[in-house]
Design a protein. Structure first.
Length: 481
């Protein structure tokens, strides 16, 4: 397969280059800079190098060749400055509202947003109700979801894991995390309805970071189609919910995120439009679906690979399970006791982070590390400049949850959720979801990997090439059955 791709790449580069040239030829972006780096192929930039090498190897090679602080490249049809190391992260995170603004690739905007919003500044779209999203995802607001997470995790394992001796973790984790999001955000629990939405979302996530060529059969074309299908479905769900609220029939779903959005007024006293609500829900679903399922997968991967770590997690989780009465669900107090388990999750996030980094747009010229970054350029920060850097983490390839004991890593070195004003608002939601699922898995099973050398591929998130197949070894006696 790799050989075929090698021969096809030159054939693909020419039409893609022509297309991108026509797309960006009229842009009035200034290119004056003293940054070291490379623009790669004419027009196509370094997209192919980035895709073939993977984000980690690509970035580290250029840090060594050009600068450990910042270097220039050309990705997604844009001139880009890649900021490196803890100092680079700190600079970008602390200058979010001064020198930089949010930016999404065209492929992502067109896949996720209604056409009416595509040309709006990303900051305007994503900040519509950002404070609201942060409020509803705060720990105190999420406490009421823990029992629902626990119940759904238990039922998922009972139906999709327990009857089998072997399972593939990645597709099952995606099934669970998406079903949970649909339940908590919109009170949708019909399996067929959830599966249909999940199929549409798979099209989006497979193509939202691809080269924006809208030809039949391309990943981008699939993302555009998937986005429209999801938006159409959400608009139907929103319309139906509004009818129930009007008739005072919203009893089953009262209090979920969708109902809260429909009933909330903005600072100007107006309700959110249906399209604005849809944009917010899509953003929440994409985040909770792709990144959280990846985290669950690789947490379980390390539990299957490292018996010593598994045993410590099991001991902690069993001590919690033994305090619960028959059928009693987990509580916030139980989550707070999972200290070693959370350190184990954080170490998994360090080694295989679900998100590779984030983009910004420069709103005014500035100087960093002696280099000029012009207005209109894009910036990119990535976890790969710190997470495995021996300058910040001794023996960086070693899996060691104790790194996070005490004060933990130095600031701006461990950044799986970003940082600054735009730190991922779903961080606490992800923590609860992963810990609750981990609790249910380890108190029932020991895991044995069936493919010890399975490769990890990188798309929008890291993906085990064969879905991470494992053998399930049930404990002799499950505490919580």
């Amino acid at each position: 397969m790799e050989t075929i791709i090698t021969y096809l790449l030159p054939l693909l580069i020419l039409p893609i280059s022509i297309f991108l040239f026509l797309q960006i030829h009229q842009k009035n972006t200034r290119y004056e800079t003293n940054l070291r780096g490379s623009s790669g192929w004419p027009i196509i930039g370094e997209n192919m190098d980035f895709a073939m090498l993977g984000a980690q190897k690509y970035v580290l090679e250029r840090m060594n060749k050009y600068s450990p602080d910042v270097f220039q490249t050309s990705l997604l049809g844009e001139k880009m400055a890649v900021f490196c190391g803890a100092h680079g992260h700190k600079f970008l995170f602390t200058n979010e509202t001064k020198l930089l603004t949010s930016w999404w690739p065209e492929s992502m905007k067109k896949a996720l947003l209604f056409p009416e919003f595509v040309n709006n500044p990303v900051k305007e779209v994503t900040s519509l109700q950002r404070n609201f999203i942060r409020d509803i995802l705060k720990p105190e607001a999420l406490k009421r979801y823990i029992s629902e997470m626990d119940c759904m995790a238990h039922n998922h394992l009972e139906i999709d894991w327990a009857p089998y001796k072997e399972v593939s973790i990645f597709p099952l984790s995606k099934k669970y995390t998406f079903a949970l999001a649909c339940k908590l955000f919109m009170s949708i629990d019909d399996q067929k309805h959830v599966e249909k939405l999940a199929d549409h979302f798979t099209l989006i996530t497979n193509g939202m970071f691809s080269v924006p060529i809208n030809f039949l059969g391309t990943a981008y074309n699939g993302a555009i189609k998937g986005g429209k299908l999801v938006r159409d479905e959400l608009m139907n769900i929103i319309a139906e919910r509004k009818k129930k609220i009007t008739k005072n029939e919203d009893t089953k779903s009262k209090g979920d995120l969708l109902s809260q959005m429909l009933l909330m007024r903005g600072e100007n006293g107006e309700f959110m439009t249906d399209m604005e609500i849809s944009n917010n829900i899509i953003g929440l679903l994409v985040a909770s679906y792709e990144t959280t399922s990846s985290t669950v997968t690789f947490v379980l991967k390390y539990l299957a690979e490292i018996p010593d770590v598994y045993d410590k997690v099991l001991k902690e989780q069993m001590s919690i399970a033994k305090t619960k009465a028959l059928g009693e669900l987990l509580s916030w107090e139980d989550i707070e006791k999972m200290k070693y388990s959370w350190n184990m999750v954080r170490e998994a996030l360090r080694l295989i982070p679900p998100a590779q980094g984030s983009f910004r747009e420069v709103v005014t010229d500035f100087t960093y590390a002696g280099f000029t970054i012009p207005k209109g350029w894009k910036t990119f920060w990535t976890v790969h400049t710190t997470h495995k850097n021996p300058k910040y983490f001794a023996e960086p390839e070693k899996f060691d949850p104790t790194r996070f004991e005490g004060s933990g890593p130095a600031p701006y070195t461990f950044v799986p959720f970003g940082g600054g004003p735009r730190m991922c608002p779903g961080k606490e939601y992800a923590r609860l979801e992963v810990l609750v699922f981990m609790h249910n898995v380890v108190t029932r099973f020991r895991l044995e990997k069936l493919m010890p050398n399975e490769k990890i591929m990188f798309h929008s998130s890291p993906t085990p090439s064969n879905g991470l197949p494992v053998r399930l070894i049930p404990h002799n006696e499950s505490i919580r059955l």
